[in-house]
Design a protein. Structure first.
Length: 132
């Protein structure tokens, strides 16, 4: 049985992803994780943990406690905050990703998903949909 961790679960995409994963795999098999923002009622229907992805021990603790084998890494600092706080953005976005990948490597996890964000698009991005 898959045991899934969703970082950034309180964010716009993470919150919807968590709900869908819980529908597919069972509420108890999907651990939602956020940093500071309190989760809404829907996310409180299953396990929720506070994780600082910039601290590797924080990730390891939750992965070990729940015997996680799959991670959806959605935690990120987007451009508005990142431009004002570049060190924070680097710590969360770069070091956080590194920490997720290292924990997954050490645990020999089968799957880690780290999708991109709409924030990577700029004003010159083509308006045509990318072929699927």
């Amino acid at each position: 049985m898959k045991r899934i961790l969703v970082t950034g679960a309180v964010g716009q995409i993470g919150s919807e992803l968590t709900v869908e994963l819980r529908r597919r795999y069972g509420v108890g098999n999907v651990v939602a994780a956020g940093h500071r923002t309190r989760p809404g009622a829907v996310l409180c229907e299953g396990p929720f943990e506070y994780i600082d992805v910039a601290r590797r021990e924080s990730i390891e603790e939750v992965v070990n406690r729940y015997d996680i084998d799959t991670i959806y890494h959605m935690a990120a600092i987007l451009s508005a905050v990142g431009e004002a706080k570049p060190h924070l953005a680097w710590d969360v976005n770069m070091n956080g990703l590194y920490n997720i990948l290292e924990v997954a490597r050490e645990r020999k996890m089968a799957r880690v998903f780290c999708p991109s964000s709409i924030a990577v698009f700029g004003p010159d991005t083509p308006r045509e949909n990318t072929p699927q």
